[in-house]
Design a protein around this ligand. Structure first.
Ligand code: ZN
Length: 130
């Protein structure tokens, strides 16, 4: 599909905004995450499996960065990422979701796979001093 034509090794961020601006698409009459749509187009419907990222970029739709995993894999990744530091881009994304789109903190946290606390602290501490 044109969305990911000629993918490089770099992250390919899905820019089109639907719900709260993160990577979601209408696909066969349902709302899917963009990475899942890309996977389905290339490899078929992932069914019960989760389409996960080898990179930490939730908006990324580069097929080279996607792999199929189970809920357990997903949970393990989430646990790993609950302590990770957010990038400046992610912080700006959080602020945009919260202030511009009115996204609930929990939904932002779920989308980034970080804890509620991290998102809340990011919003409270904006703008960063560094
Ligand atoms: Zn990526």
């Amino acid at each position: 599909m044109t969305l990911v034509s000629n993918p490089s090794d770099e992250c390919v961020e899905f820019k089109h905004s639907l719900n709260y601006g993160y990577g979601r698409l209408s696909y066969h009459g349902e709302v899917w995450r963009a990475n899942r749509v890309v996977w389905a187009e290339l490899n078929g419907d992932p069914g019960e499996m989760h389409v996960l990222h080898t990179c930490d970029n939730r908006a990324c739709v580069n097929p080279k960065h996607l792999y199929l995993g189970t809920q357990a894999d997903n949970n393990r990744d989430t646990a790993l990422r609950s302590t990770r530091l957010l990038t400046r881009n992610e912080k700006e994304w959080i602020l945009n979701q919260y202030n511009h789109w009115g996204a609930p903190i929990q939904e932002i946290a779920d989308e980034l796979e970080v804890s509620y606390q991290i998102v809340w602290q990011t919003i409270r501490q904006w703008p960063p001093k560094s």
